[in-house]
Design a protein around this ligand. Structure first.
Ligand code: HEM
Length: 222
């Protein structure tokens, strides 16, 4: 069974399938717009406030992709399928793609590209402040996601930088919790998933055996 799963995961089509799956929320979102432009079919799904619909849809998918990306390492260890790592970069980049769309719906139809107004809003409303921070933290991660950047920064520095995704996830969950006025069930569910992932990471890094100092270094420490 495991060999079969491994074969599927390392096949060259698996990345295409995962890519299409990650793109499907975007297609679902864009399809009514295409139908409207091509055949003047009214986009009924968007309801009375299409901007709000798109904002919520893209916000939800950003948070989901952040959590899916963070689940890759625990899943590959718990299920013993190391090949899952092949998809982590793509999943992270999709989180960034959806947050860019989310931010675009904010600065364009919401703020009308009024940068001054946007800054005032970011400073005034705490839920926008943390959302903005979560977005900004993902920018260096998206830029340095390539193999070239791993080489340039070195494995350890790259890994430390990419731990920012946990802070971004925290900002995303807090942002969602603060903006919801009643029924905090869903933000709390996302917060619980993030807490489990964080605790797992903390646990594995605490339990990881530390490299033993060489006898010479140990003598110097004494
Ligand atoms: C990591 C970054 C972010 C995540 C994970 C995130 C996630 C979310 C989620 C889950 C929602 C609610 C969706 C729903 O109710 O179904 C939302 C709404 C919203 N987000 Fe974000 N967001 C992020 C960044 C941002 C940024 C950078 C801005 C703008 C500067 C922003 C502005 C908004 C606004 C205005 C709403 C709608 C609020 C309302 O309807 O009252 N978000 N976001």
């Amino acid at each position: 069974m495991r060999d079969f799963l491994r074969k599927i995961l390392i096949s060259k089509w698996s990345k295409v399938v995962v890519f299409l799956l990650c793109l499907s929320p975007f297609v679902y979102l864009a399809w009514p717009l295409i139908a409207f432009l091509a055949w003047q079919v009214e986009p009924r799904r968007f309801g009375a406030n299409p901007v709000e619909y798109v904002q919520h849809f893209t916000g939800d998918w950003t948070l989901r992709f952040l959590l899916i990306t963070l689940s890759v390492t625990p899943l590959r260890k718990l299920l013993n399928v190391p090949d899952l790592i092949r998809f982590r970069r793509m999943l992270g980049l999709f989180a960034f793609f959806y947050v860019c769309l989310h931010f675009l719906t904010y600065i364009w139809p919401d703020q009308n590209f009024d940068l001054h107004g946007m800054w005032k809003d970011v400073a005034k409303r705490p839920f926008v402040t943390v959302g903005f921070l979560g977005f900004v933290l993902l920018i260096p991660l998206a830029i340095t996601s390539s193999k070239g950047w791993i080489r340039r920064l070195g494995g350890n520095r790259w890994q430390n930088l990419h731990r920012l995704i946990y802070i971004s996830g925290l900002c995303g969950v807090l942002h969602y919790y603060w903006l919801v006025k009643s029924n905090h069930r869903l933000p709390l569910l996302y917060a619980a998933i993030l807490a489990v992932l964080l605790l797992y990471r903390l646990g594995t890094s605490l339990l990881k055996p530390r490299p033993q100092p060489s006898p010479a270094a140990a003598a110097v420490q004494r």
